[in-house]
Design a protein around this ligand. Structure first.
Ligand code: SF4
Length: 314
């Protein structure tokens, strides 16, 4: 299996295969909140989540979706010529609203002729029957992806970060989404307090056994005004060095099934909010180091990882 010039199944490669060219994400804000903040599942939110609901780069929620799309396109067009986009509802929980409202904003997004797919970040406990029926209808118009913030499979870590749902809830949601043909992308955080390399690789290995299509691997960011920031100040728990992160990333990439598209290998901590690790601010430097390490190991230019441990039953 070859993935263009990179030795892993990147989103860039996948999009060029499907749509014939580079496709960019437009981060949108549907103005929703989250049951983990409003008291339905919890009140404090996930321990790491910023006031922006992990959507700090999304457009302002007060603007109509068509205007958000226009603004986001303009920002990208200044840097490069782009013709195809993914409408990405990023901030908070994007299925946590009346289904009529969801239908209106999602239809507005996919009615843009340059939008080739709709990606919706949400929680697995916010996918009721009406929402699933809506996603099913929309998926017949344009491809719909659902992004689930799992972060870890380990229940003790999930309790610590106040995720607010058990692993069984995630597994059930994946089954329901796949039954209606929706692609599932899973968010995993690397470097959560209390998790060592083995624990993180167990999460990757578990995901190989699920019918998921994509993964976003994200370094833990400690952001200002979060409970994680308070915990960090009080305990000074160790955050990863860039070298350790690169090594761990490669271990995770080796562990993952090559069928799973890697959407993200690092994160974009908003500069004004980021407390640690500060080296992660330069996403380009992190990716350059990763690619340099892959080249040093001889894993480049169509050469596959040499020690793939993924579940071969998939
Ligand atoms: S589920 Fe998402 S939006 Fe809600 S508190 Fe957790 S990270 Fe933030």
């Amino acid at each position: 299996m070859f993935w263009g010039e990179k030795p892993y199944h990147s989103l860039d490669y996948e999009m060029k295969q499907r749509f014939g060219e580079k496709v960019y994400r437009l981060s949108l804000n549907g103005g929703m909140t989250c049951p983990n903040r409003d008291g339905t599942a919890g009140t404090g939110g996930c321990i790491f989540c910023s006031a922006g609901g992990s959507g700090d780069f999304a457009a302002p929620a007060v603007l109509p979706i068509s205007e958000q799309l226009r603004m986001q396109k303009e920002l990208i067009a200044k840097k490069r010529p782009v013709h195809k986009y993914i409408a990405y509802f990023q901030a908070y929980t994007n299925t946590y609203a009346p289904v009529e409202y969801l239908e209106r904003i999602f239809l507005e997004a996919i009615s843009d002729p340059e939008v080739v797919a709709l990606s919706i970040a949400t929680r697995p406990d916010c996918l009721g029957d009406e929402v699933l029926a809506l996603l099913h209808r929309l998926n017949r118009i344009k491809p719909v992806w659902v992004e689930l913030g799992l972060q870890t499979i380990h229940e003790d870590t999930a309790r610590f970060i106040r995720r607010g749902y058990p692993l069984s809830c995630f597994a059930a949601a994946v089954t329901q989404l796949r039954a209606i043909g929706i692609e599932v992308i899973v968010h995993v955080i690397l470097g959560l307090p209390g998790e060592d390399r083995d624990a993180m690789l167990q999460t990757c290995n578990y995901l190989n056994t699920c019918d998921i299509q994509g993964i976003k691997l994200q370094l833990l960011h400690i952001l200002k005004h979060t409970d994680l920031a308070t915990y960090y100040t009080e305990t000074g728990f160790p955050v990863m060095t860039q070298e350790a992160y690169i090594t761990l990333l490669i271990d995770c990439m080796e562990q993952l099934s090559p069928k799973i598209v890697i959407h993200r290998l690092t994160g974009d901590g908003p500069g004004a909010l980021l407390i640690a690790p500060l080296w992660s601010q330069s996403k380009r430097a992190v990716l350059n180091s990763l690619h340099a390490e892959l080249k040093r190991r001889g894993t480049w230019q169509g050469r596959l990882f040499t020690s793939v441990h993924y579940d071969t039953q998939r």
